[in-house]
Design a protein around this ligand. Structure first.
Ligand code: GTP
Ligand code: MG
Length: 662
């Protein structure tokens, strides 16, 4: 009898009004009696002290309400690009979303980035055009921008009146003709009716088709409103349950759930937020997750009306907080072997910065604190350099840096200093390379045979691991199944590739295991089993893989951004010359009236330089917009990053650090 569940994300560019809309929805649904405000720091979902001070959302937050017979888990997400990683993880657990667009600021670069991801992941999405009460709100401009810049087929479901005034209102559009026109694009039968004049299509048929096409992400219904005054929110809310598909699953199936958020309880205990896909988890159940890990769930809280409440079990479709899973990580699947590496939807952080504790005894505590932060946000990616005795974190930008800084100060009592951020490079193999270490030979200190080949893969392919060995040679007595052996080997490979020939992450490659053997005792078959242990495979993999990589060679690539500058027409020449001085070429993309746009691709640092120069070149009139455009090989000298671990290429040193660690 599991209830219909709708896991609904609210996403948008920064300041579009997501948190205000969340508050308004909770109020309309009767969950809260009084509306909190972002500006007074009293909302249900911006609960962190830092969020309240700054008036921006930093972490995604879950709340819930009932919409008729559908139970909605609403996830309010941050809009600032520095916190895109939070959105990334939420996307994988959604049944539908509301994309908020400001009627004043309109479609922003971040809106386009989000829409692209929603379409790719096929997440049905309603659009809410917010802030119709603010001066400068414009209906036609926003609708045009949505279809032109978002490339989305839209169907206006409501229409604003008194735009730009506090008293702005919304009327519901009941236009079957318009609905038919939009829906006919994707339906042969409706197209035929449309061509014939269309009067014969019943309203019911159109409504069903609208829900179906919304569910298939072919159409995006658009609502106007003001989260602040409440205008237009009720009609939009009614349609959320009607047009977005809710989910249900088999409560008796094997449990399957996905972890999208980790938090520390006040007592320091780890709390995992999961969305259940199927099955049931009960308090005191043992569950499996990650690579071969298992633990007992000690406590469960489920979102019913507003915040989470303690319960004994969690059913399919529900979102829950689970206690007791000490080693669980964001992105883990419960009850299933680890999900095939999920492709990231958004760009990775491109900068990193060394963090130094000002407190004299701070280093060890700083490490502990950074490790906890990285657990809640895996993209922070802490690098602990034993050789240089320093720690660095990866960063999206200035705001994220400030947030980490104040969190360290307020939660951990640590004053820190960030050194100037530097770009994070990657390495790609240049050619194929292979290597092998054979059991019982002089060069091989471990009890295993491993052969590995590394081949270059296309840009953005990530790392792929394959087994190409005779099943009989795999140490199944250690790993139980071939799949589990493959999963563990893949982990060893990924760990090794974190630092390539020049110290950067190696990516865009396929690694194939070509040879394998384990050690059996000499002499007649005895009761003693084989001698190889999993640690032999774990420790030998880096030696073989780095040998193969050294043969392949790598090219170091730097992050580049697509840059678009909007400048007064008379500055175009100066800007193009300025880009030229940075070693790149620029083109004038368009000229509209007195405003020109100039496009170019630059390294992160060059883009920052251009940003600074722009002030001077355009007398403060220029606007620069950047978006991540991938990695380009560095010409000439290859930048290095100091390794944080001993290089397996230097076998003696590698083995002696391994020995030291034991
Ligand atoms: N006039 C007007 N102001 C609004 C409306 N909705 C939100 N605001 C204001 O816009 C500002 C940002 O609102 P938030 O709800 O924090 O926006 P957000 O999208 O959650 O922002 P982030 O989470 O930081 O990305 C606040 O000052 C709100 O009071 C609206 O409909 N009309
Ligand atoms: Mg917010």
């Amino acid at each position: 009898m599991s209830q219909k569940q709708l896991n609904l994300g609210i996403v948008a560019h920064v300041d579009a009004g997501k948190t205000t809309l969340t508050e308004r929805l909770l109020y309309e649904a009767g969950v809260i009696d009084e509306i909190g405000s972002v500006d007074a720091g009293t909302t249900q979902t911006d609960t962190l002290a830092l969020e309240r001070q700054r008036g921006i959302t930093i972490k995604s937050a879950v709340t819930s309400f009932a919409l008729g017979d559908v139970h909605v888990n609403l996830i309010d997400t941050p809009g600032h690009p520095d916190f895109i990683a939070e959105v990334e993880r939420v996307l994988s657990v959604l049944d539908g979303s509301v994309l908020v667009i400001s009627a004043v600021e309109g479609v922003q670069p971040q809106t386009r980035i989000l829409m692209r991801a929603l379409k790719r992941l096929r997440i049905p999405t309603l659009l809410f055009v917010n802030k119709i009460d603010r001066a400068g709100a414009d209906e036609d401009r926003v609708l045009r921008a949505i279809s032109e810049r978002l490339g989305a087929a839209v169907l206006p479901m409501s229409r604003p009146g008194g735009l730009g005034t506090r008293g702005a209102t919304v009327t519901t559009v009941e236009d079957d003709e318009l609905m038919l026109e939009v829906l006919a694009e994707n339906d042969e039968e409706l197209l035929a009716s449309y061509v014939e004049g269309g009067s014969s299509v019943p309203h019911e048929r159109l409504r069903n088709e609208l829900a179906s096409q919304t569910g298939r992400v072919l159409v995006h219904p658009v609502f106007f409103g003001s989260a602040l005054t409440g205008a237009g929110v009720e009609p939009a809310m009614a349609e959320i349950a009607e047009l977005l598909p809710s989910s249900s699953g088999d409560p008796d199936a094997a449990p399957s759930a996905s972890v999208f958020k980790i938090e520390r309880a006040p007592n320091g205990e780890k709390v995992a937020y999961v969305r259940m896909f199927s099955g049931t988890i009960r308090a005191r159940d043992r569950v499996g997750f990650g690579v071969g890990l298992e633990a007992k769930v000690t406590q469960i809280a489920v979102f019913e009306e507003g915040p989470a409440v303690q319960r004994q079990s969690v059913a399919p479709g529900e979102v829950a907080k689970l206690w007791g899973l000490g080693e669980i990580q964001i992105g883990d699947r419960i009850g299933e072997a680890r999900a095939a590496a999920i492709r990231p939807q958004f760009p990775p952080p491109t900068l990193e910065s060394v963090v130094v504790a000002r407190n004299p005894d701070g280093r060890a505590r700083l490490r502990g604190a950074l490790t906890q932060l990285a657990e809640q946000d895996p993209l922070i990616d802490v690098q602990q350099n034993e050789v240089l005795n320093e720690d660095s974190v990866s960063l999206y930008g200035e705001v994220q840096k400030e947030v980490i800084e104040s969190t360290l100060e307020n939660h951990y009592g640590l004053e820190v200093e960030f050194q100037d951020p530097t770009p994070i490079h990657i390495e790609r193999p240049r050619r194929s390379g292979d290597a092998i270490e054979v059991l019982n030979t002089e060069t091989n200190p471990f009890r295993a045979t491993i052969g590995l080949r590394i081949d270059p893969a296309p840009a953005n392919a990530g790392i792929e691991f394959r087994l190409d060995i005779d099943v009989l040679t795999a140490p199944l007595y250690l790993y139980k199944t071939l799949a589990s052996f493959s999963e563990h080997m893949e982990q060893y490979v990924r760990d090794t590739l974190r630092e390539g020939l020049h110290g950067w992450q190696v990516t865009d490659c396929v690694v194939t295991m070509t040879s394998c053997a384990y050690s059996v005792p000499d002499g007649p078959p005895s009761k003693r089993g084989p001698l190889s242990t999993s640690s032999d495979y774990r420790k030998l993999t880096p030696i073989v893989l780095m040998d193969a990589l050294a043969q392949a060679g790598t090219s170091v690539c730097e992050p580049v951004v697509q840059v678009r500058v909007e400048v007064p027409a008379e500055s175009v020449g100066a800007v193009i010359a300025g880009v030229g001085q940075l070693g790149a070429t620029a083109e004038m993309e368009s000229l509209r009236g007195d405003l020109a746009t100039v496009d170019t691709v630059l390294s992160i640092l060059a883009a920052q330089n251009l940003q600074r120069e722009l002030m001077r070149l355009t007398s403060g009139e220029g606007v620069l917009e950047t978006s991540f455009a991938g990695y380009e090989p560095v010409i000439g000298e290859q930048p290095r990053r100091k390794r944080t671990t001993a290089s397996p290429l230097n076998r003696e040193e590698y083995l002696s650090t391994l020995a030291g660690r034991l």
